[in-house]
Structure formats: structure tokens, C-alpha cells
Design a protein around this ligand. Sequence first.
Ligand code: SF4
Length: 210
Amino acid sequence: MKPADIDEFFHRLASVNPNPKTELNYINPYTLLVAVVLSAQATDVGVNKATADLFKEIQTPQAMIKLGEEGLKKYIKTIGLFNTKAKNIIALSQIIAEKWGGDVPSEREDLESLPGVGRKTANIILNICFGVPTLAVDTHVFRVANRTGMASGKTPEQVEEKLLAVIPKKWLRHAHHWLILHGRYVCKARAPLCPECIVRDLCAFKDKTI
Ligand code: SF4
């Protein structure tokens, strides 16, 4: 995609949704971190169902430690990989409570040192909680970036690097959510809704649906 087309792409997505938000429910940075850890290989809808009750009771690492691994499992047992996720959430809560007094750290290095927190999760926390213009490349962002020709790559890391290089700075703060939402609701995996897509004329995908 040409630079002018990328600018126009985000201009159009921004015009219909100026303040895109994550679809994961959360109360504060800590609960967002828990929700994002739970969302690995799970849907936001499924995570929100589980956290609706959990976050009524638990909003801090200290409270989570008190709840304990077995207590947490009772809330999240409908989510895939819940055993490992429960273990990681208790472990990361202990580290946050001991090392940072209960506050989610704002440095990438510190975030990525937490159990169950990889680059993608760190990017989401940095972006939403601390306003850092990062991009977390999930399955939707990966697909949209490759299909449209905005940033092609074989791995999420390659796509992330290219997207950061080609997206104009003014759009970077929200680019992550615009791309996710576009991928989730319009540029769907199996049957993209090309006829009603507002960036159709800018997109280089060869197999557009008609
Ligand atoms: S035209 Fe189709 S393939 Fe291209 S971004 Fe829109 S929905 Fe996706």
C-alpha cells in the first residue's frame, strides 16, 4: 500500500469509530492485565463472561493472592488452558505486589518478565494503560495487515515491525484497535465482507469477495 493510502485507510476507520476501545472488560490496569492473560487462545466474549463475577470480588494483586490458585480456577474454568493461566496469574500477582507495591509496571522489560506475559500482552498494556503507541499483532491484525498489503510478513514480529514503520504517527495510538475491530467484524477470516468494506478501494487483496 502507498503511504497516502495507508493514511486514508486509518482516516476512514477513524471517521466511523474515533475512539476505538478494547472489547475486554476491565476496571483498572491490573484487571486488564488479568483479562489479557486469560484471553490467549480464547474469545473476548468468553473472557468477559468469566471476569464479570471475578472482577466484582478481585481488583488488586493482593486480593488475587488471597483468593489463591484454586479459588481463581472456580471463576475461570470455562476458559481454555485455565490451569496454566491460573498459575501464571497468581505468580504475576505475587511479583507485582512484592516488586511494585501492587501497581502494574509501565516498562516493557518489566511486563515481559511476568509469567504468562509475552510481547503481545505487554504491547496491549503499554498501549491502553500507558498511552504508548505500540501495536499488538494478534490473529486479526496479522490477517488485515497481510491481506491489504499494508504490512506483509510471515510472523507477528515481522508484521509488527513493518506496521510500526508504515503507519503515520498520528494513527499509531489507536491503530491496534482499528485493525482488530476491522478484522473481527469486516475483514473476517473465512468470508471477508469486501462489498461493504469502507477501505475496499485501498486494499490490495486479490481474492476480494463480491
Ligand atoms: S476489501 Fe475485503 S480483504 Fe480488503 S480490507 Fe476490506 S474486507 Fe478485508
